[in-house]
Design a protein around this ligand. Structure first.
Ligand code: PLP
Length: 382
């Protein structure tokens, strides 16, 4: 079976984790701050906070941007449900902006139109979560310009995109956003088993997220309402969570991070081979925009003929190629339908979903495996 994505664990990764197991700290030791520093070094953001998942990072990112009851958060319908759920956790409402069919990313033109309508109705969003689908950056310049005009904050959900670039700079530097979130789930570019991170250039946002990661409890006298009773003293000053990453995970993360650029180079190479090999078939292939250099988390093809998708998917699975579909539009999920969303609300996202298949893509996928995939694909389209 050829999977659609796969982690890559080296002997060095294993040794890094074993070393933590033999050390004094399994959690809250030195490895988490080291990993956080490495994430800053890679991305260019001033601060980074490692968490137990990207979902947790998205949750506390919304919290520190003061998303709450009565607020509205917008994101793309073509994403994993976590990009939208994080706003619901905070008691806010969620709405979606349709995608650009060329990039599968939130469409800046659709965004502008929707903002103008929302302004007239007095229902402007507080935060927009821009998802870098498949690893290719959204048009962040356009989104940031609209953010200034309509006064909303921006979170980048870069779960697919660590190591990717936008306008020749690393995704994660938060030049166009308040906070950027990475995921380290095993199918993503690098892994910590489970894990995520929230990066920012704003010290106050970082401080608040730090507090929320660990119960809202602090040992910093400056954050307390009285002088400490003694050296044991701590105070809970917020209602936080336990969203901490362990040292085991962070050691794995630091070790994995060393490979991020060679791995992305391999992903780019494989993507290029797919694009060359599949160009004659009745498919829409991923479009690379000039402003971005994708991390190539996913290679998504779209069939010209949606009615053949089910059959092609089954044909590939039957041939032991474990293709997948990313994603079922969030607004079509029963939970979101119960909130009032309907089929037809976001036509580009729905058309994308009808036609999309994610092909296997990961470092270590061999040329011959890839040729086999492309051959099966061509047969399945006959
Ligand atoms: C994987 C993913 C998440 C959630 O990441 P976890 O680390 O599993 O919580 C959120 N958003 C997107 C776009 C993802 O792909």
């Amino acid at each position: 079976m050829i999977p659609y994505g796969k982690q890559n664990i080296s002997e060095q990764d294993i040794e890094a984790v074993v070393e933590v197991l033999r050390s004094d700290y399994l959690t809250q030791g030195p490895c988490v701050p080291e990993f956080e520093q490495a994430l800053c070094d890679l991305s260019g953001a001033k601060y980074s906070l490692a968490t137990n998942s990207a979902t947790s990072a998205l949750h506390i990112a919304c919290k520190v941007l003061e998303v709450g009851n009565g607020d509205i958060v917008w994101t793309s319908p073509i994403t994993f449900v976590a990009s939208a759920n994080c706003a619901l956790y905070c008691g806010a409402q969620v709405d979606f902006v349709d995608i650009d069919p060329d990039t599968y990313n939130l469409c800046p033109n659709a965004l502008e139109q929707k903002l103008e309508q929302a302004k007239q109705q007095g229902k402007l969003p507080k935060v927009i979560i821009a998802v870098h689908m498949c690893g290719q950056a959204c048009d962040m310049q356009a989104i940031a310009a609209l953010g200034k005009q309509y006064n909303f904050n921006i979170i980048e959900d870069a779960s697919h995109a660590i190591g990717g670039r936008y306008l020749n700079e690393q995704i994660g530097n938060c030049k166009y956003s308040d906070i950027t979130v990475f995921s380290f789930h095993p199918v993503k570019i690098i892994t910590t088993g489970e894990g995520g991170a929230a990066l920012t250039n704003a010290p106050e946002l970082h401080k608040k997220m730090h507090l929320l990661r660990s119960h809202g409890v602090t040992r910093d006298p400056q954050l307390m309402d009285q002088a400490p009773d003694g050296d044991w003293y701590y105070q809970q000053v917020e209602l936080g969570f336990n969203y901490r990453m362990t040292d085991l995970q962070a050691a794995l993360g630091s070790s994995q991070l060393k490979n991020v650029f060679p791995w992305i180079a391999q992903r780019q190479q494989l993507a290029k081979r797919y694009t060359k090999g599949l160009s004659g078939l009745p498919l829409d292939l991923p479009l690379e925009i000039e402003k971005a250099s994708s991390a190539w988390h996913l290679y998504v093809i779209r069939l010209h003929d949606a009615s053949k998708r089910k059959q092609l998917f089954a044909h590939l699975r039957k041939n032991k190629i474990n293709v997948n579909v990313h994603y079922i539009p969030v607004h079509l999920q029963p939970y979101y339908q119960a909130l009032g969303f309907q089929a037809g609300d976001f036509p580009e996202a729905e058309s994308y979903y009808q036609r999309a298949i994610s092909l296997p893509l990961y470092p270590g996928l061999s040329d011959s495996q890839q040729d086999y995939i492309m051959q099966c694909l061509a047969e399945g389209l006959l």
